[in-house]
Design a protein around this ligand. Structure first.
Ligand code: DLL
Length: 433
């Protein structure tokens, strides 16, 4: 089993902790000096960077939430002047204001090295032909893994998303050996191959790196069987970096998180207390090497656990377990982050005063289907069926432009949606991953 960076990936724990402390102190200093938001938060908590004397002092530092990024939109959280930023990305999905993240030249180098670790851990080498079927654009998935694959010396096919039949033709003709995409798209490809009468096992495909959305062990088995490959999991969040935070090795016992670049913590999302190793809770990440966009105790909202048991592959890092859900109500539909509460904003803008609605997500075959059921009120229940149809069409268009995914829109009877107390909407996620 190859390891991309033995020095950092196999470092004894005491050395990792020493390195983490030094890098944490440098990060905290830089954030305090260059990011007004952090300086203010430190002042509110009556702390200064010098208070960080050991790793346990991390708990003195404030959390950073997505709302902090929204309040400092677009460049308020950058720790370097814009002229030092060479790349800008965004998180997937569209909240009112998307999250803007920046990278310096060094950040891009670090990022490529980290995704090279993820790809190497999954077994990718210079001899591979890597087909990247993530979206090239503001989303971090494609560029992140693309640069890592190039750093390894693999031949990269920058396919992008969609165009499924062409993907398959290229996979066949260019002799792709590694597939990089969301797990649900891997299944879409497998099913389309059957329709095209192409036996997946006749292809040269051997490994898949899948991430960007939740999936499960049964889905892994299904992908492995249908495509005849080894399917590995990798995790990333754009606010922290994108892909390159953690990835599985061939032992498939959780995703190695690169602790020379990030400090992971698991907290109780309600009490915000740090939980002991092995507990399940919300993953909080602090960056240690990022120049343009350092993040201190960023609340990912992803529910998982950390294992510090040494893995057979030789890497000494902690591993995060499969993401088991989220502590907020964000949904990931076809790889896009969707916040159900945004639908309320759209309805209000269309003249609805107190919308009550329900979002139903199903997985039909390999595709996520998304339906908005809205309780009819006088405002939206027009006598004239043509007016009603026009309203529903406008609503559908707004949903796809604001949320980034399309939804079927349906009116239901008043009072028919059983919304939880204190909420105006309900989410029914029937996907069995
Ligand atoms: O999805 C970055 C990424 C791209 C990771 C490609 C891996 C591969 P965002 O758009 O900011 O960034 O979405 C981040 O996606 O908080 C998780 O909820 C979810 N997620 C990412 N990877 C996994 C995974 C990218 N392996 C959000 N399993 C995260 C489950 C995942 N959920």
């Amino acid at each position: 089993m190859k390891i991309w960076d033995v020095t950092y990936e196999c470092m004894p724990r005491a050395d990792v902790e020493q390195l983490q402390l030094e890098r944490l102190q440098a990060t905290v200093n830089r954030a305090y000096k260059n990011v007004t938001h952090y300086r203010k938060r430190f002042e509110e908590l009556d702390i200064v960077p010098e208070d960080i004397q050991n790793l346990a002092d991390l708990s003195k530092l404030p959390f950073t939430a997505k709302e902090d990024l929204e309040m400092n939109y677009p460049y308020g959280m950058f720790a370097v002047p814009l002229r030092e930023v060479v790349r800008i990305h965004s998180s997937s999905g569209m909240t009112e204001k998307p999250t803007v993240v920046g990278y310096t030249k060094n950040d891009i180098k670090t990022w490529s090295n980290l995704t090279a670790r993820v790809l190497t851990a999954a077994g990718v080498t210079a001899d591979d032909v890597v087909q990247v079927a993530f979206g090239y654009g503001l989303f971090t998935g494609a560029f992140g893994l693309h640069y890592g694959a190039e750093a390894i010396g693999a031949s990269v096919i920058p396919m992008g998303t969609g165009n499924t039949e062409k993907q398959i033709m290229i996979m066949h003709d260019y002799k792709t050996t590694v597939l990089v995409c969301t797990p649900s798209y891997a299944l879409t490809l497998a099913e389309r191959m059957v329709k095209m009468r192409i036996d997946p096992k006749s292809l040269t495909l051997r490994v898949g790196l899948f991430g960007g959305e939740p999936w499960s062990e049964p889905m892994r088995k299904e992908i492995e069987e249908k495509l005849g490959i080894k399917a590995t999991d990798n995790y990333g969040v754009s606010e922290i970096l994108g892909p390159g935070i953690a990835g599985e090795c061939e032992c498939e016992r959780g995703m190695h998180i690169f602790e020379d670049a990030f400090i992971p913590e698991i907290i109780d999302p309600v009490s915000l207390k740090v939980l002991p190793p092995g507990s399940t809770g919300e993953l909080v990440l602090t960056t240690l090497t990022k120049e343009a966009f350092p993040m201190i105790r960023y609340r990912t909202r992803d529910i998982t656990s950390l294992s510090y048991q040494i893995c057979d592959c030789g890497r000494t890092s902690a591993r995060i377990g499969r993401i088991a859900g989220r502590s907020d109500d964000m949904l990931i539909i076809r790889g896009i982050n969707v916040f159900p509460s945004q639908v309320a904003g759209i309805l209000v803008a269309l003249g609805e005063r107190n919308p009550r609605y329900q979002l139903v997500v199903e997985r039909k075959g390999t595709l996520d289907e998304f339906e908005l059921q809205l309780e009819a009120t006088e405002n939206v229940f027009f006598e004239d069926p043509r007016k009603q149809k026009a309203f529903l069409e406008t609503l559908g268009r707004k949903i796809s432009s604001v949320l980034g995914v399309s939804a079927a829109v349906k009116l239901v009877g008043p009072g028919s949606i059983d919304v939880p107390e204190g909420k105006t909407f309900r989410v029914i996620d029937n996907r069995r991953l």
